[in-house]
Each structure stands twice: as structure tokens, then as C-alpha cells.
Design a protein around this ligand. Structure first.
Ligand code: SGN
Ligand code: CA
Length: 552
């Protein structure tokens, strides 16, 4: 009897176990199904002027960016990511609209952006996303497409910056990078509706000029001497447009405004003294004390050295690197905080995280700081992304992508149909490893001339191997580079007979690009006219104000 009873009990337990297993299997299947149709969250991190040379994942040894590198280690690094127009506001307009500058209308930092046109945040809102924009956007007017916005006024300040939260302006004490991170995490944690997928544009001001480090990182690179790039003393032979630049570390970088050499005695005199003072005076007494303790010994040492010529150029390069890279450390910390937040809150699996910059930047290459040119260091931009559900950890991508592609890529992930007016292409399959073919050429335009840093108007095309550039307006010159043989673009081979075939092919490629994207010399003339009219109008407005002042 005992054994029979025992058998019945056993059978019952097996049935119960089977039932439990079936139930668990079914729930698991439903959850998997739900997960599949669940739209991914998107965190789009953009910093300002962050050169890929200053991200350790790109294999350079200037600095260490462990948190930004985490994105590449857990996902993908794109080695050939570019912008379409290497300057802040136009780059952001391209990113939002997925259209080249001559189509979205924001061709330079000067004229306004039309927020009424469509952007991918508006599209995501329509399919149920909760959207937020935090930090620097540099596009005047009220942001559209965002349920929440808390953005810097214009370029923003490093210390005690002014933010506009949903239309209300506030000065916030503290350091801009940490404040931006706090606002982003506060939105993730308290402000958003948690049952909706979200889009967060988390955009840092750093490491934009004038590179003012956070108190805790003032001394990070004090004892380090950096190796300058081989072309720090470029003579611009064969490149007349490059020769007329006003962005030289030696020639144009200011000792006080940029490099913080404002001494107590007033021995170091510059035109930008007051502009620097204005920034310095935003700090608290405590911050000023830390600042002075760091910079005064450097100022004294600098005065004692009495440097000139090449020695002064090298000293300036080194000083520039120390401050520029220190500001990046705070950006990296912020990325770490956001990644940790996702992990701690179970959001890691279903969130796409992208890290990029509004363009690249010169860290001494060609003797420069700033950007704007179609040469590699400012044309390229860092791009790292992770999405555990789809992107294999450690993926390396060599395909040519552009900031033009962000809008369609995000829409693709969200399952939204991509309007045919969008000029970019989704790179989702490229990073998944599912793309069977991909583009082999990209197009570039730059318009802000006459203007700061004196970079002439130009446009061009780049393939994997070659680059063709046309500088125009008050100049008419062509440049051709063999990027495999001459990656630093020191040797313009446009008139070299042995490149005649390449030159012809690249001209065809350029025409194809201009036709594809609807650009032309005629359009360039129209943009130029609008730019000059706008400048004239601004001058007139200023004169009228002066006249009015003098009357009263
Ligand atoms: C400011 C900077 C320039 C910089 C532009 C554009 N001068 O005008 O050096 O090129 O911004 O930068 S500063 O004296 O104000 O620092 S962008 O990233 O906003 O396009
Ligand atoms: Ca920028």
C-alpha cells in the first residue's frame, strides 16, 4: 500500500511540475513577444567639440575615458563617422531633421533655425515616446518635439550657467557638465512618464572653448607633457585656403582668454582680458581659490621662461591640451553616471545609448584648434553606441556614416516609417552586421564665411580612399587627397598628373552627390545672399540702436 500511495503522490507531483513548467514557458514566451514589440528607449549623448583623438576607445593615448569606452566595449565603435557641416548649430539641425544644411535651412551658426519643420523627436512623440532635451542645443527659439526641455542659453557658461527650463530662465550654481547630468538623471528618475518609451537628448557644452575645467580636475594633467602631432608646424603649401585660417594655436590662441594666464600684476596684456574676467567672476570664492591655486604657479613659471617662437607654440599646445582634456573628464563622469543609472534601474537591455559630438576638433593638427574644415580631424566625429538586444559587444564598424543618419536610424529602431524627404539612411543593419551593401561616398558643405576663424566656403566629397574639396566665393581652388598615402592631408595632388584619373572620377562622384542631395552652385549663391543680407541687417539694427541712444 505504502508504495502505491507513494506512486500516486509522485504522479501528482509530476503533473504539478509539468503544469508549472508549461505555465512558466507560456509566460516567458508572452514576455519575449512583448519585449519584441516594446519600443526601445533612446539616450542620445552629444558633447560639443569632442575630438575622437581624445577618446581612449579610439586608440589614442592623450587621455582616459573609461565610461565613454564602456559604450564601445558593450556595443559598437564607428571608426568612420562624419558630419555634413562641421559647426555646432548646423550639425544639430542636420541631426534633428536628417536633412543636409541646404535643405533644412540652418547652414551656419548665424541665421535662425526653423523649429516648425519636422524632426525625429516630433515623429517619436507621435508613436508614444516621452521626449526630453537637456543641455546645449544652440538653436534659438522654443524647441519643438520635446515634452520637457531644459537647455543652456546660447553657448552656455562653464560656471553658474543659465538654463531655460520649459521656457523659464534660471541661473544654476555649480559646474555646467555636472548640472546637465543631474538634470538628465532627474528627468529619467522623476519627471518622465514611466510607462512610455523615452527619448533623451543629453547634450553637454564641454569641451567647447574656452575649456574651463571643473575644480576637481584642475590638476589632472599638470605634470603631463603631450606629444604634439607631426604637422603642428604645417606651412600649408599647396593649400591656400588653409593658409588664411585664423585658428592657429601659436598665432590666434589667446594667452588669457584661452589659456588663463591672467596674472595679478597685469604683465600679460591681451584684448580679451575682460571677457575672461567675466567668466572667472561667475565662480564662487571657493572655486576662485582652487582656480588661483592651480593657475598662479603656472603663470609665474610661464613668465620666468620668457618663451618665443617654436618654444612658445609648444608651450601653448601643451597648456591647451591640459585644459581641453580636463573638461572631458567631467563629460566622461556624466556618461558613467547615466550608464550606472540605466543598470541600477533595469533599463539597460531596452535602451539604445549613443555617444557622439557635434563635430570633430583639431588638437594641434595643422597647428590648429577649432573645426569647420573638411579635413579629417573636424570632418570626422566620434560615434559609439550600445543596444544589448541587437548590437554585439566589441563591434567595430568601418562604413561611412554621417550625422545625417541619426534621425532615420532612431526612427528605424522605433518602427516608424521613414519619410522619403529624409536624406540620411538608417545604419541599424550596418551595426547589426545585417547590411549587405552600404554607401561608398559622403558629401560635405561649409558656409560660415566671412566669419570667425576665417575658414572659406567649401564643399566636397569623400570616398574610402580619396577626398575632393572645392573652396569658392573669394577664392576658386580645388584640393585632392590620397587618404591612404597621406592621411594627414598635407599633400594636395589635384594638379598631379598621376592622379588625373582619380581627379576625373572624384569630380563625377561630387556631381552625383550634389544631384542626389539637391545641391548646386545656384543654391550656394542664394545662401550667400541671405547670409550677407542678414549681416547687413544686423549692422543696421545696431547702428539704429546707437543713434537712438545718442538721441536720449
Ligand atoms: C564661439 C567660439 C569659436 C567657435 C564658435 C563656434 N569663440 O564663437 O571659437 O568656433 O563658437 O563653435 S568663443 O570666443 O566664444 O569661445 S560652435 O561649436 O558653437 O559651433
Ligand atoms: Ca561644436
Amino acid at each position: 500500500m505504502k508504495s502505491v500511495k507513494c506512486n500516486i503522490v509522485k504522479k501528482k507531483s509530476i503533473l504539478v511540475l509539468l503544469f508549472v513548467l508549461c505555465f512558466a514557458f507560456a509566460t516567458c514566451k508572452t514576455r519575449q513577444k512583448e519585449e519584441k514589440i516594446k519600443k526601445p528607449n533612446i539616450i542620445f549623448i552629444m558633447s560639443d567639440d569632442h575630438a575622437y583623438q581624445a577618446i581612449s576607445a579610439y586608440g589614442h593615448d592623450l587621455n582616459n575615458t573609461p565610461n565613454i569606452d564602456r559604450i564601445a566595449n558593450e556595443g559598437a565603435i564607428l571608426k568612420k563617422a562624419f558630419v555634413t557641416n562641421s559647426i555646432c548649430a548646423p550639425s544639430r539641425a542636420v541631426m534633428l531633421t536628417g536633412k543636409h544644411s541646404h535643405i533644412n535651412g540652418k547652414v551656419d551658426n548665424i541665421r535662425p533655425f526653423d523649429w516648425n519643420q519636422n524632426n525625429f523627436a516630433k515623429d517619436l512623440q507621435k508613436v508614444g515616446y516621452e521626449t526630453a532635451l537637456v543641455g546645449k542645443i544652440h538653436l534659438k527659439g522654443t524647441p519643438q518635439g520635446f515634452d520637457y526641455s531644459n537647455v543652456l542659453v546660447g553657448q552656455g557658461h562653464y560656471y553658474a550657467p543659465e538654463f531655460i527650463e520649459n521656457g523659464v530662465k534660471k541661473k544654476i550654481p555649480g559646474y555646467v557638465t555636472q548640472i546637465t547630468t543631474d538634470i538628465a538623471i532627474d528627468w529619467l528618475d522623476h519627471k518622465r512618464e514611466k510607462d512610455k518609451p523615452f527619448l533623451l537628448l543629453y547634450h553637454q557644452k564641454a569641451p567647447h572653448r574656452t575649456w574651463m575645467p571643473e575644480e576637481k580636475y584642475l590638476d589632472l594633467f599638470t605634470d603631463k607633457t603631450f606629444d604634439p602631432p607631426a604637422n603642428l608646424f604645417d606651412d600649408y603649401e599647396g593649400r591656400p585656403a588653409a593658409a588664411t585660417h585664423e585658428m592657429g594655436i601659436y598665432k590666434d590662441m589667446d594667452l588669457v582668454y584661452d589659456l588663463k594666464m591672467l596674472d595679478k600684476e597685469g604683465d600679460i596684456k591681451t584684448t580679451y582680458r575682460n571677457a575672461f574676467k567675466g567668466r572667472y567672476n561667475r565662480m564662487t570664492d571657493e572655486q576662485k581659490a582652487a582656480w588661483d591655486a592651480h593657475y598662479y604657479p603656472i603663470i609665474e613659471d610661464f613668465k620666468a621662461k620668457n618663451l618665443e617662437g617654436k618654444d612658445l607654440a609648444l608651450w601653448k599646445y601643451n597648456r591647451y591640451m591640459q585644459d581641453y582634456l580636463s573638461t572631458i573628464q567631467s563629460v566622461d563622469d556624466g556618461v558613467g553616471e547615466v550608464l550606472d543609472y540605466l543598470k541600477a534601474n533595469g533599463l539597460e537591455e531596452n535602451t539604445i545609448v549613443v555617444y557622439t559630438s557635434d563635430q570633430g576638433f583639431y588638437l594641434g593638427e595643422h597647428g590648429w584648434f577649432d573645426k569647420r574644415f573638411m579635413y579629417e580631424e573636424s570632418f570626422r566625429t566620434p560615434l559609439l553606441m550600445k543596444y544589448p538586444k541587437e548590437i554585439k559587444a566589441g563591434t567595430v564598424i568601418d562604413g561611412l556614416v554621417q550625422n545625417l543618419d541619426f534621425a532615420p536610424t532612431f526612427l528605424d529602431y522605433a518602427g516608424v516609417e521613414i519619410d522619403e524627404s529624409i536624406q540620411g539612411e538608417s545604419f541599424r543593419k550596418l551595426v547589426n552586421g545585417e547590411a549587405s551593401e552600404w554607401r561608398d561616398a559622403i558629401y560635405y558643405t561649409y558656409y560660415e564665411f566671412p566669419g570667425e576663424h576665417h575658414v572659406k566656403r567649401h564643399y566636397g566629397v569623400r570616398t574610402d580612399k580619396y577626398k575632393l574639396i572645392h573652396f569658392y566665393y573669394d577664392i576658386d581652388t580645388w584640393e585632392l587627397y590620397d587618404l591612404e598615402k597621406d592621411p594627414s592631408e598635407m599633400n594636395n595632388v589635384y594638379d598631379d598628373k598621376s592622379y588625373a584619373d582619380v581627379q576625373e572620377k572624384m569630380h563625377k562622384e561630387l556631381q552625383n552627390m550634389r544631384t542626389k542631395y539637391g545641391d548646386s552652385d545656384k543654391m550656394n549663391k542664394e545662401h550667400l545672399k541671405r547670409f550677407l543680407d542678414f549681416k547687413e541687417q544686423k549692422i543696421k539694427e545696431r547702428e539704429d540702436i546707437e543713434k537712438q541712444k545718442n538721441k536720449t
